[in-house]
Each structure stands twice: as structure tokens, then as C-alpha cells.
Write a protein that binds this ligand. Structure first.
Ligand code: ZN
Length: 197
């Protein structure tokens, strides 16, 4: 009996310790990961919407050293909340975008804080493409805005990232897994995925 108890405790510890931060960027990019206990996000689009992921974690183009995702979507694509939360920031008045340094401050966005303190950022939204207000409570899957090409952006796309505690006391960008038509996965660049809410 004692032995069984020991086994179950060990298994529990083992299971809990495999958080997303245990993976190297190489593992994530090559799709090498085991089941873990991190939160499962929805893709930030309508259910069944097919999207192409251009850049994932540490992609060379503009995500070097970053844990962030770029989805190639047409302007005015409906953006949905990837997780329940409360809106902590939003901007919708910009109509400017490009790759000049001054474009860095031109992006429209929505920020949503989750119950574990992490915050998701949805960037480059269209002018007037924000359907929520700071303080609103948001449900996963809810349409929150429309994609665009504002801010530091070369083409219409959605930049999505989650910042939170990595379990070691650091507040940083986190790799997150998603429910997709290909199962529950860490997304890989240059792949198509379908949203599954
Ligand atoms: Zn990006």
C-alpha cells in the first residue's frame, strides 16, 4: 500500500513538472513534446477557421528569441479570445502600419488578463477593429475584434503572445499549446491549422 502511494505521488510530481518551459525552442519547433499540464488555448479565430502560421517561437524573420506567433490573415478577419479573461488594455484609433521605427508605436491591440495572472496580447488590429472595452469580462471564443495591418507590420496578420510567470519567478513570453484540428499542439511555423473551440 505504501508502495502504491509512493508511486502515485511520484507520478503526480512528474506530471506536474512537465510545464511548457521544460521544452527547448528546438523541441517546440520540431513538434517534439510530451503531454503536459499547461493551459490549452483556442486559436484566436472563429471555430473551424483555417489559418496559416507564418512565424512561431524564435522564427528568424522578426521573432528571434521571442515566444510569439504570427498568423497570416486578411484584414478584418474576426479575432476571438483564446482564453477567458478581463480586458486590461485596448487601442483602435491607429490607421498606420509599416516597417519604419516609428511604426512600432502605431499598433492597435487588445490585452486580456487570465485568471492565473498571464496576459494575452492581440496585435496589429484594424482601425476601429476593437469590439471590447477595458474592464470587460471575456469568454473564450468570443469575437473581440478584427485583424489588420497597424503598427510594426509588413502585411496583414495577427501577432499573438502570452506573457506570464514561467514557474521560476520570471515574467516573460510563454509558449502555449492550442486545441486544433491536428490535436492539442505547440504550433509550428509554416503550417496550416484549423481553430477548434
Ligand atoms: Zn509578430
Amino acid at each position: 500500500m505504501k508502495y502504491l502511494f509512493f508511486i502515485s505521488i511520484s507520478f503526480f510530481n512528474f506530471y506536474c513538472c512537465i510545464a511548457q518551459q521544460e521544452y527547448s525552442i528546438h523541441d517546440l519547433k520540431s513538434g517534439k513534446f510530451k503531454e503536459d499540464s499547461s493551459y490549452i488555448y483556442s486559436l484566436p479565430f472563429e471555430n473551424n477557421k483555417k489559418v496559416f502560421l507564418i512565424q512561431a517561437y524564435d522564427s528568424k524573420m522578426s521573432h528571434k528569441g521571442e515566444y510569439a506567433l504570427d498568423f497570416k490573415v486578411k484584414k478584418k478577419t474576426r479575432i476571438c479570445a483564446a482564453r477567458d479573461g478581463v480586458v486590461t488594455g485596448a487601442r483602435a484609433d491607429s490607421d498606420e502600419g509599416g516597417l519604419k521605427p516609428e511604426n512600432m508605436s502605431d499598433g492597435n491591440y487588445i490585452s486580456i488578463r487570465h485568471e492565473d495572472g498571464s496576459v494575452a496580447h492581440y496585435w496589429h488590429l484594424n482601425k476601429n477593429g476593437v469590439l471590447v472595452n477595458v474592464g470587460d469580462t471575456i469568454t473564450k471564443g468570443q469575437v473581440i475584434g478584427f485583424s489588420g495591418n497597424t503598427g510594426y507590420s509588413a502585411f496583414p496578420h495577427l501577432h499573438f503572445e502570452v506573457i506570464g510567470n514561467d514557474g521560476k519567478g520570471n515574467y516573460k513570453q510563454l509558449a502555449t499549446r492550442f486545441n486544433t484540428n491536428k490535436g492539442i499542439v505547440y504550433l509550428r511555423p509554416a503550417h496550416f491549422y484549423r481553430a477548434k473551440h
